[in-house]
Design a protein around this ligand. Sequence first.
Ligand code: HEC
Ligand code: HEC
Length: 354
Amino acid sequence: MASCREDDDTVDQVMPPDKKYTPTPYALELPPHFNYINSPIIPADNPLTVEGVALGKKLFFERMLSRDNNISCASCHAPSEAFNDQGMVRSLGVGGTLSIRNAMPLFNLAWGSVTSRRFNWHGSTTTLEQQAFGPVRDPLEMQESWVNVASKLQGTMDYPRLFEKAFGTNIIDSNLVVKAIAQFERTLISGDSKFDRYFLETQEGINIPGDNSLTPAESRGFDIFMAEGSGDCFHCHGTPFQILWTTNEFVNNGLDANPDSGLAWITKNALDVGRFKTPSLRNLAFTAPYMHDGRFATLDEVVEFYNSGVNVNSPNIDGRQKPRNLTVQQKADLIAFLNTLNDSSFVTNPAFRP
Ligand code: HEC
Ligand code: HEC
């Protein structure tokens, strides 16, 4: 026995080539027009690897991350709904508890302005790794301890081997779990909506099969979106050259006279009261209801809010927020344009399914 163990030790010290930790670098495939924005932000201590992304995907769909082994990240962030829980005003956690906010869709998370790079509606975390710690121990979401998660995963046949491949160790701990999940999240790229194809053809001269021209209504809606004296949406939600269709800034768009604390919940700064993360306008067909509390069920309601419902007395309201006085036709055109930002290839991408 003793000599046998010694032999094993010797073998361990001189690792055979196939047991060495050699992860494969993962190259993000970016749509061509993403060169108009900054490069994806990948932390130096968590580079993307094929093994890490694959493990992260498995963990994203893993129900063992929750107390009753029934809820995964994907329960509230479903791939077919742009990683959102369409139709839910607030999300359902373990045992049917309701989370405090409307779930956020997940895509293009590797980008964001350097100054306002924060996650969650009120900006409570600054990296995806840090963000992923939250839902597991949230008493309204997965209700589990990280110690339990690590030990459940450690006890399985396959996870220790997959962690070994991704990170060079088969000892599972929470830091590695969140690293793998963040790697997977950074691969969720949405850039193939009708408007993207139209932009690539007209701006970049790239020929894409099919008719990618905008209808008259969509094109009028785009002009309304971009015009300061009209819809004036672009200041916060971006332009064709800000491919994300959000500036990612934290602002108060004037929903309430007495708003929820928003970013001030984190910064404790009175000037941040009512400021929330500006969401991307991509994929709205898959992410209703809208706003941090899911108060609007339809885009008609959202547009009517911007048209006539902005509460100009809201503290810290953004200076560009004002009633728009759009006609019925203009409101319909604006919605037609918003719907050109839906990316059906993103919600059906097999790479994002378990
Ligand atoms: C019970 C439902 C639920 C579960 C389970 C859940 N989330 Fe979420 N997620 C939410 C809600 C609600 C928000 C918005 C939270 C807030 O602002 O307070 C959110 C926000 C996020 C964001 C922020 C996106 C952005 O643009 O800022 C990320 C990233 C995220 N979740 C990833 C995950 C991951 C990873 C898991 C699994 C470890 C997970 N979520 C599990 C409901 C859920
Ligand atoms: C001053 C900045 C600002 C302007 C201008 C602005 N928005 Fe927003 N928008 C926001 C913020 C911030 C939110 C999230 C607010 C919240 O939930 O508290 C938001 C939310 C939304 C949502 C909900 C998205 C979701 O996933 O829940 C839609 C749709 C939307 N805006 C469309 C528009 C349109 C259309 C216009 C122009 C008529 C516009 N916005 C103008 C800042 C702005």
